[in-house]
Design a protein around this ligand. Structure first.
Ligand code: 6PG
Length: 472
């Protein structure tokens, strides 16, 4: 039997779906898994794909089944398990063989692994894959980081299995080393903010307006036909409409309000801070997930700190829609500014328009907005900031008043809207030429003689008339 073009190791949900997707596109695939018991079922599925998929229980058999130079895609948890697998497989490989990490990896780790493997003559690619099981099986968005020459070896496979937006494959090599995993991390950070903002609107509908799940579901279904059209709005309508077969209650009413997180949202915020950037809407979303986990404390807080609402949320559907759209543009803008900063800092030369283009289909944050973002990024973002692009002036100005109303009314009604409020604060800050950091500079100079710039003269290092630490 001829050798397989690529190997996929790790037959969890994503690995299995990707292997079947690759076989379906006409490439021979060898698969393997730590637990060999899962393999026959995958092999059977491969049989229906004209026998393009072979399963191998032993690692040596798996490696031997691959054409040379070998390409092996790991779809396993991307921390210590991946390092252990790399250690096990490298002695079986030869120079020029390629390992691909398709998990959600910390890009710092991807860079470390790439350097360590390069020293052993093994190529390495960090590849972000978005779209969940359905995407992996029928067309994910794929964000690749690694040398261009290496990408060329697998490009036909990657582009064949990726989602398509009007015929354009949603896959690209975005830069060297950790660029692909970094972009995927920021994708997930934006995903956190998008989900949190939708959740905050749901909270207003449920707790301030007293809407039941079915009524909210209908609103999200309507919104999915307008400028908010996106996969996340679509599934929000669907999950709110779902009924628990056991109790007959809306499904969302029987799900505990405690959200999990696996790390990519947190990494986005950590890397933003390291780069001196603000991703405050994403940070708010990560914080909200952490607060959600503190369920017992919140239950106690409800009793310990009772305080009646001081107002109501009176805004209508279209004002809420405009506010959510503006806040969403701001969250995406923060994400793209972070990508730009990272690209400059690490010399990646990431094509931000291409990032937006490959997010238009297949991935979790796919939305109508991303096509506009791609266009704005292609046109060149003034000061590297999407909110300054002509394309977004109209929705931001139309949404600013409603977003102010929303945050103010929610505050008076006692409804927390941390991500929406963070977006508003950013927008208000970025549309004011004169801020208040002059006072910060004066304080810093007062207590630490840090010096400041003046509005009326060139240069740095001016000092105030207060004398160090005395105020005299
Ligand atoms: C995707 C998802 C996927 C996964 C994340 C979500 O793009 O397909 O983002 O990668 O669902 O792990 O992260 P949390 O589990 O932290 O919510």
């Amino acid at each position: 039997m001829s050798k397989a073009r690529i190997g996929v190791y790790g037959m969890g949900t994503m690995g299995r779906a990707l292997a079947l997707n690759i076989a379906e596109k006409g490439f021979d695939v060898a698969v393997s898994n730590r637990n060999a018991g899962d393999l026959p079922q995958v092999a059977d599925a491969g049989e229906t794909l004209k026998g393009r998929l072979t399963a191998h229980a032993g690692l040596a058999d798996f490696v031997a089944a691959l054409e040379r130079p070998r390409s092996i895609l790991f779809m396993i948890p991307s921390g210590a398990p991946l390092d252990q697998m790399i250690d096990q497989i490298v002695p079986l490989l030869g120079k020029g063989d390629l390992l691909i990490d398709g998990g959600n990896a910390d890009f710092n780790e991807t860079r470390r692994r790439g350097d360590a493997l390069a020293a052993q003559g093994i190529d390495f690619v960090g590849m972000g894959v978005s779209g969940g099981e359905e995407g992996a099986r029928h067309g994910p968005s794929i964000m690749v980081g690694g040398p261009f020459a290496t990408y060329r070896r697998i490009r036909d496979i990657i582009e064949a299995i990726a989602a398509r937006y009007q015929g354009d494959p949603c896959a690209a090599r975005l830069g060297p080393d950790g660029a692909g995993h970094f972009v995927k991390t920021v994708h997930n950070g934006i995903e956190y903010a998008d989900m949190q903002m939708i959740g905050e609107i749901y909270g207003i509908l449920r707790d301030a307006k007293g809407w039941d799940a079915a009524r909210s579901a209908a609103l999200f279904e309507r919104w999915n036909k307008g400028p908010l059209q996106s996969y996340l709005i679509e599934i929000t309508g669907k999950v709110l409409a779902a009924v628990d077969p056991e109790t007959g209650l809306p499904m969302t009413d029987v799900i505990l309000d405690r959200a999990g997180q696996k790390g990519t949202g947190r990494w986005t915020v950590i890397e933003a801070l390291k780069l001196g950037q603000s991703a405050s809407a994403i940070e708010a979303a990560v914080a909200a997930r952490s607060w959600s986990a503190a369920k017992p404390a919140r239950m106690a807080g409800e009793k310990a700190l009772p305080f009646a609402a001081q107002g109501q949320v009176t805004m209508g559907e279209s004002a809420l829609e405009a506010a959510l759209l503006a806040a969403k543009i701001i969250a995406y803008s923060q994400g793209f500014s972070l990508l730009r900063a990272a690209s400059e800092n690490f010399d990646w030369d990431v094509d931000l328009a291409r990032v937006a283009e490959i997010w238009r289909a297949g991935c979790i944050i796919r939305s109508a907005l991303l096509d506009d973002i791609a266009g704005a990024a292609r046109a060149g973002m003034p000061h590297g900031n999407l909110i300054l692009s002509d394309a977004f002036a109209a929705p931001l100005l139309a949404g600013l008043g409603p977003l102010r109303d929303l945050v103010a009314e929610a505050a008076l009604a006692g409804i927390p809207v941390p991500a929406l409020a963070a977006s508003l604060a950013y927008l208000e800050t970025m549309r004011r030429g004169r801020g208040t950091a002059n006072l910060i500079q004066a304080q810093r100079d007062f207590f630490g003689a840090h010096g400041f710039e003046r509005t009326d003269r060139e240069g740095r290092g001016f000092h105030g008339p207060w004398g160090l630490g005395t105020g005299a």
